[in-house]
Design a protein around this ligand. Structure first.
Ligand code: QV4
Ligand code: CA
Length: 552
């Protein structure tokens, strides 16, 4: 049973070490004179001796960094630069990169972003760059403490209708109809065609969990992860990446793979590279499972493998910020598991992802994106201030949206690219924003500041929740930070207890602390910990955030 689970705990006066649920106790029956404080100290010392190894549920390096950014379709050379010049100095934990393996080149439509979800081989060769560029990126990002998470497309290969030839982006031969991918190699035995029972061979009914796993997702030829050679090929691909230094994986289309098969594959995956990671560290795993309730496949089936995407998060928070169906921010007082979401320590959360920001996958109209920046910034800020889940930030590119009858006809448009299909560099303007149609939401001051905020308040409970029973809400993070939102049509002026030490603080949303100066609004916390917050309902950013490191 993997991943390796171990724990150290007190059991009726004994210090016990359990691994894979088998328990060994030592330091038997500590005398009652050993205080609980002493016990905790002992435990800490022992933990230090074992090394604070990573697990599939946490990716937390020290100093604490708590958010991953998805640099969707970025080139490896640009990711490497971004780690060094921006992500490390601003406390980002890591980057989710687009699939690095060889994919089918699709010319009709012209080079859609989704061609990267049609693998041809596991060679590290893609529009983002070569294997050498990938290695250089991983090394440079790890060297500054920013880790790389790979989007692993392992459920399927390309579309069954893709024909044959040398249409892989690096020229590998394939024959989709014959299920022949010699560059892996996979042959027809390695696919599920024999066991899929639907007439079309595609998934036809999502309430049948068997066809969801054994049939083709949108015609993509479906790998048989129940077979030993397929499991080994996938593990070999992942181990190649681990050896290079990646820190974990997003498992694409995990819903379409049997959870047991993912489990066996992960059991074949090595510990992280000890050049950067503590010996024994396991890859951080998050599985893409869309479970909005009412379907046969449930997120909980995947918990033992690692974290799982919580798609209800962005849908529900978007609905609240839009104030649809009578929802109001005051309702967020109970935000978290009681909103029908999975346990916090299993969830990876995000406001939008590369699919639902353009109408793919799950979400629908309530999903907030950079196209609606005012509400989007509030949603991201709420997510980053709230303790629920492991947070992922989206970083997008602009495309010519063409919405007709609720559907974007340009939902396929790929990243900013040159006429030969190569991806354009991410240009950085003098003011720190991005050029060439890269949006770089992660560089917006309000979002960057909240990534820092989360690192500072991490592990603190919510304290002093306040609301006006409508869309003005505020809460503290146990004296480490405080945030106030005004999503009402009336101005806000209120005095609230913050638990912060007395002093003058710089609002990190309207500006930032710059030495002993503040480029934004100042907030005065009185000796008793209270402060007055004023937010005009027409403000471009109708929210204020302060934290202990923004004290002037
Ligand atoms: C078309 C027809 C099919 C037909 C097939 C025949 O629509 O009915 O069977 O031809 O060959 C693209 C096209 C799609 C096309 C398919 C095969 O959009 O029209 O099928 O290719 O040629 C991305 C895109 C998909 C894209 C896919 C492969 O979103 O549109 O399909 O890449 O290029 C579910 C899943 C969830 C999934 C989500 C989108 O449970 O797992 O849908 N999300 C992940 C990724 C997503 C990716 C995939 C899975 C597939 O986040 O980006 O799909 O790897 O909810
Ligand atoms: Ca499958």
């Amino acid at each position: 049973m993997l991943p390796l689970k171990w724990e150290l705990r007190w059991a009726s006066g004994n210090l016990c070490f359990s691994i894979q649920q088998k328990c060994k106790c030592f330091l038997r029956k500590l005398p009652p004179c050993v205080s609980d404080n002493m016990k905790s100290l002992l435990l800490l010392l022992l933990l230090a001796a074992f090394g604070l190894a990573w697990s599939p549920y946490s990716s937390n390096p020290r100093p604490l960094r708590t958010s991953v950014v998805h640099l969707f379709e970025w080139r490896w050379v640009d990711v490497a630069l971004e780690c060094e010049r921006y992500l490390a100095p601003n406390g980002f934990a890591g980057v989710q990169v687009s699939p690095p393996n060889e994919n089918l080149v699709i010319l009709n439509p012209w080079r859609p972003w989704w061609e990267r979800y049609q693998p041809i081989s596991y060679k590290l060769c893609s529009r983002s760059g070569s294997e050498n560029e990938f290695r250089d990126m991983v090394t440079r990002c790890n060297n500054v403490g920013v880790h790389i998470y790979v989007d692993a497309v392992i459920n399927h290969m390309c579309s069954s209708g893709a024909g044959s030839g040398s249409g892989g982006i690096c020229g590998s031969f394939f024959n989709a109809g014959m299920r022949d991918f010699p560059a892996v190699p996979y042959s027809s035995f390695d696919f599920n065609d024999r066991i899929c029972k639907t007439a079309s061979g595609d998934i036809e009914n999502y309430s049948d969990p068997i066809q969801v796993r054994n049939c083709r997702l949108s015609g993509l030829v479906d790998l048989a992860q129940g077979r030993e050679d397929v499991r080994s090929k996938i593990a070999e691909y992942m181990n190649h990446l681990i050896d290079i230094g990646v820190a974990g994986f997003r498992i694409d289309a995990a819903k379409h793979i049997w959870p047991e098969d993912i489990n066996v594959i992960l059991s074949k995956v090595n510990n992280l590279n000890t050049r950067w990671f503590i010996k024994g560290s396991r890859p951080f795993i998050y599985q893409e499972v869309i479970d909005l309730g009412g379907e046969a496949v449930q997120s909980s089936e995947y918990f033992r493998n690692g974290r799982v995407t919580e798609f209800k998060y962005g849908i529900q928070l978007g609905t609240v910020l839009h104030k649809w169906n009578g929802a109001k921010m005051a309702d967020l007082k109970s935000w978290g598991e009681s909103w029908n979401m999975m346990p916090s320590d299993k969830a990876i959360v995000f406001i939008d992802n590369h699919d639902n920001q353009r109408g793919h996958g799950a979400g629908g109209a309530s999903i907030l994106t950079f196209w609606n920046p005012r509400l989007y910034k509030m949603a991201v800020a709420f997510m980053l201030a709230h303790p629920y889940g492991f947070t992922r930030i989206m970083s997008s590119y602009r495309w010519p949206r063409d919405i007709q009858h609720g559907k974007d006809l340009n939902d396929w448009v790929g990243p900013p690219s040159n006429s030969d299909g190569t991806i354009k560099p991410v240009e950085i303007n003098p003011d720190g924003t991005c050029g060439n149609n890269w949006i770089c939401e992660h560089r917006w001051n309000q979002i960057r500041s909240m990534v820092v905020f989360r690192n500072i308040v991490y592990g603190q409970p919510i304290t002093d929740w306040w609301d006006n029973n409508n869309n003005q809400v505020a809460f503290g993070c146990n004296g480490k930070g405080f945030i106030v939102f005004n999503n009402d049509n009336r101005n806000l002026s209120v005095i609230l207890p913050t638990r912060l030490p007395a002093g003058v603080y710089c609002d990190v949303i309207s500006g930032q602390k710059d030495g002993s100066l503040c480029t934004g609004t100042q907030v005065h916390v009185a000796a008793n910990g209270t402060a007055r917050f004023q937010i005009n309902s027409q403000a471009e950013d109708p929210f204020i955030a302060i934290h202990v490191e923004a004290k002037l």
